[in-house]
Design a protein around this ligand. Structure first.
Ligand SMILES: C[S@@+](CC[C@H](N)C(=O)[O-])C[C@H]1O[C@@H](n2cnc3c(N)ncnc32)[C@H](O)[C@@H]1O
Length: 206
C-alpha cells in the first residue's frame, strides 16, 4: 500500500466501520432505488460509505477527499469506484452532474465560511432534481445522554480548531442552521447512534 497512508488513516476503518454501520445503512436506504444513480461522496475518507453503496448494487460511484492517503486507502478497497483528490469547496467537477451527493461527518469540524462554501459547491454539482444527504452530529432533546457524552469526548480529544468548530456547529443548532439562507430545503430523514447523528436530505431551495 502507498507510503502516503498515515497511521490514523489505517486505524479509521478498524475503529469506526463497526459503530458507523447504522449510519452507512441509513444513507444507503435514503438513496433512490435506481442503481444507475450517479453518486458523489464528498470528504469520502476511507470510502467506507461508497463501498457499502457498491455492495448494495450502485454502479456509478465517485468519491472526493483532500487527503491523498485517504484516497490511496479507498482505492485499494475498490477498483470500480472513481476517486478524486481535491477540495470539497472547489472540486473542479462538472456542474449539474450528480443525482445524489453524500457528505458524512465532515461539516461539524469546519469553520462556518468553509461549511457554506462546501454547501454552495454541492448545490452547483447537483442535477436539477438531485439532492444531497448530509450526515453529522445532532444534539437535541431526542439525543441520548450517552450519545452526547461520547461524541463530545471524542471531539474534545481532537481539540484545537476542530473542537472550536464542533462547538460552533452544535451552538448553531447543527445541520439545519449552517446552510446559506434559501440554498436548500432541509429535512431530517434518519437518526442513528443514540440519536447523536442525523441524516438530512438537502433539496434545492424555493
Ligand atoms: C471525519 S472524516 C469522514 C470521512 C467519511 N466521510 C466518513 O463518513 O467516514 C473527514 C474527511 O474529510 C476530509 N476533508 C477535510 N477537509 C476536506 C476538504 N476541504 N475537502 C475534501 N475533503 C476534506 C478529510 O481528509 C477526511 O478524510
Amino acid at each position: 500500500m502507498s507510503k502516503n497512508i498515515s497511521l490514523s488513516t489505517s486505524f479509521y476503518d478498524p475503529l469506526l466501520s463497526g459503530p458507523l454501520k447504522p449510519l452507512r445503512k441509513a444513507i444507503t436506504t435514503a438513496l433512490p432505488e435506481d442503481k444507475s444513480t450517479r453518486v458523489l461522496d464528498l470528504c469520502c475518507g476511507t470510502g467506507d460509505q461508497l463501498l457499502k453503496l457498491e455492495l448494495a448494487g450502485y454502479m456509478d460511484l465517485h468519491g472526493l477527499d483532500l487527503d491523498p492517503g485517504m484516497i490511496a486507502y479507498a482505492k485499494h478497497k475498490s477498483a470500480s469506484i472513481s476517486y478524486h483528490e481535491g477540495d470539497a469547496a472547489n472540486t473542479g467537477l462538472t456542474e449539474a452532474s450528480f443525482d445524489v451527493i453524500t457528505i458524512s461527518l465532515a461539516l461539524h469540524d469546519k469553520d462556518q465560511s468553509l461549511r457554506e462554501n462546501i454547501l454552495k459547491e454541492i448545490a452547483r454539482l447537483l442535477k436539477p432534481n438531485g439532492f444531497a444527504l448530509a450526515a453529522d452530529f445532532c444534539f437535541d432533546d431526542k439525543t441520548k445522554f450517552m450519545g452526547r457524552f461520547l461524541i463530545t469526548a471524542v471531539e474534545a480529544f481532537a481539540g484545537g480548531d476542530h473542537y472550536r468548530n464542533f462547538k460552533n456547529y452544535t451552538q448553531r443548532g447543527c445541520m439545519k442552521n449552517i446552510s446559506p439562507e434559501g440554498l436548500f430545503e432541509i429535512v431530517e430523514v434518519a437518526r442513528v447512534l443514540k440519536n447523536g447523528i442525523g441524516v438530512w436530505k438537502l433539496s434545492a431551495g424555493l
